[in-house]
Each structure stands twice: as structure tokens, then as C-alpha cells.
Design a protein around this ligand. Structure first.
Ligand SMILES: NC(=O)c1ccc[n+]([C@@H]2O[C@H](COP(=O)([O-])OP(=O)(O)OC[C@H]3O[C@@H](n4cnc5c(N)ncnc54)[C@H](OP(=O)(O)O)[C@@H]3O)[C@@H](O)[C@H]2O)c1
Length: 234
């Protein structure tokens, strides 16, 4: 990871902050993005290196363009993008309001589309890069109460695989992560009854992402699937 420039989107979240802490001692240069500037500054202040923080709402493509521009202005390149921003609305299908569906599609699908698209354009110029999209198992399997969330996450898989096809000749790798339940603030506002003690830790997710990023150059970990033993999807 020495000399790599890594953009972590959703850096203040459970998964994003665990990954950021792990990356902070690897020699990588870090660009951290999420909406809340105070939480970004708090995280940055805990790290043993100087990082670039860029408050960004990924539902706004112009803010995403600014994030990428600022990363390039500061570090000259982007080697890695990790999309770890997102939100969950889990409720019965007939309680899903249009605003719920908009939120799921705007943040989870369109937000990660914009960041992937903008970072990939920079990577394409240098014919090198790695994009990690934290999808979740509900981008691959179905679950009751997850219609809106799952629609957004299946969409992430769809565009990621299409862009991976377009970009493989430019040396750009994609890794999709299908994690099961991870005990993070994601669940704070989810009304579904879940047992967080049985979930995976954010560090498990961060370790998996780190594995993908540090695999030998010719290796492409295309998909990583980790489930808690209490809730297995095959
Ligand atoms: N937790 C799980 O069980 C689980 C399992 C599988 C997959 N996932 C996926 O993993 C990703 C991260 O989840 P997590 O558990 O780390 O969630 P989390 O702890 O709630 O963190 C979410 C992060 O996304 C950021 N964010 C939310 N909306 C944003 C927006 N519009 N623009 C920019 N940043 C935004 C948040 O910061 P701000 O609020 O400051 O913007 C925060 O940094 C999500 O895509 C989630 O769907 C989670």
C-alpha cells in the first residue's frame, strides 16, 4: 500500500472507519469522504498521519466530481476507491414510501455509481486502479423486508460488473464485497429486529477489503462473501 492513494467514501461509518484505521499505518495516502464534516475531522484527528478530508454528499454528482478533483489536486492520482457509504431501509414492501425508494436508489445505487464513474475516469488515464464496492449480501440474495434496499444493491452489482468489463483493458480491477450483517451504526435506525451480537465486526469487513487491496498485482479478487454463521445464504 506504500505510496498508494486511497479514497474511502463513507469513511466515518462502521466499515469505512475500521478500514481507514487499518490503512493509516500502511504508507498509503488517504482521502476521506462522508457528509458530516465534524465526524470526518474527528476521525482524521485520531489518525497517525495527515489525511485529506472532503465533506461530500454522494447523491450529488457535482460534489462527487469535486471530491475526485480535490484528491487529484492533493495527491496527483487515485489508485484505489472504496465505496463504503450507504444506508438501509428495511420494512414490508407495502410500507415502502416513494421517499424511501428514492433514498435507497439515490445513496446506495446512484451515489456509488457517481463515485465509481468519476474515480474510474482518472484511473483509466493511468491504466491502473482498483475499485472496491461494499455491496452486502442483499445485492446477491433476497430477504423479506429488503425490497427497496436490495433493489439498490442489485443495481450496484449490475453497474459494477458492466464497468469492470469496460475497464479491464485499462488495468482497473473491481472487487465486490457481499458481507452479511455487520454490527455498525447502519443498524441504529433500522426498525427490523436483529441480534447485533451475532453479527460480524467492522474489523472483519475491513480485513477482507485490505486482503483484496494487498493481493499480488496479477490477482483480481472479484468477489468476497462473508456471512455470520447465524445467518447463512448459500
Ligand atoms: N452493516 C451491515 O450489516 C452491512 C452489511 C453489508 C453491507 N453493508 C453496506 O456497507 C456500507 C457501509 O455500511 P456501514 O455498516 O459501515 O454503515 P454506517 O456505519 O451507517 O456508515 C455509513 C457511512 O456512509 C456515509 N454516508 C451515508 N450517506 C451518505 C451520503 N449521501 N453521502 C456520503 N456519505 C454518506 C455515512 O456518513 P455521513 O452520514 O456523515 O454521510 C457513513 O460514513 C453500506 O453501503 C451498507 O449498505 C452494510
Amino acid at each position: 500500500m506504500q505510496d498508494k492513494v486511497v479514497v474511502v467514501v463513507g469513511a466515518t461509518g462502521g466499515i469505512g472507519s475500521a478500514l481507514t484505521r487499518k490503512l493509516a499505518s500502511t504508507g498509503a495516502s488517504l482521502v476521506l469522504a462522508a457528509r458530516d464534516s465534524t465526524r470526518l475531522a474527528t476521525l482524521a484527528g485520531e489518525l497517525p498521519l495527515k489525511v485529506l478530508t472532503v465533506p461530500t454528499d454522494i447523491t450529488d454528482s457535482q460534489q462527487v466530481d469535486t471530491l475526485i478533483e480535490k484528491a487529484i489536486a492533493e495527491f496527483g492520482q487515485i489508485d484505489i476507491l472504496v465505496n463504503a457509504a450507504g444506508a438501509g431501509i428495511l420494512k414490508p414492501y407495502n410500507s415502502v414510501e416513494p421517499a424511501d425508494l428514492d433514498k435507497m436508489l439515490d445513496v446506495n445505487l446512484k451515489g456509488s455509481f457517481y463515485t465509481t464513474q468519476a474515480a474510474a475516469e482518472e484511473m483509466q488515464k493511468r491504466k491502473s486502479g482498483h475499485i472496491c464496492n461494499v455491496v452486502g449480501i442483499l445485492g446477491k440474495h433476497s430477504m423479506a423486508m429488503a425490497a427497496a434496499y436490495s433493489a439498490s444493491k442489485f443495481g450496484v452489482v449490475g453497474f459494477s460488473k458492466c464497468m469492470a468489463e469496460e475497464l479491464k483493458r485499462f488495468g482497473i480491477k473491481f472487487t465486490l464485497f457481499y458481507f452479511g450483517g455487520i454490527d455498525s451504526p447502519f443498524w441504529d435506525n433500522v426498525s427490523l429486529k436483529v441480534d447485533r451480537k451475532k453479527m460480524l465486526s467492522p474489523e472483519t469487513a475491513a480485513n477482507a477489503i485490505f486482503y483484496a487491496l494487498s493481493a499480488e498485482p496479477q490477482a483480481v479478487p472479484m468477489e468476497i462473501n462473508i456471512q455470520p454463521d447465524s445467518h447463512l445464504f448459500f
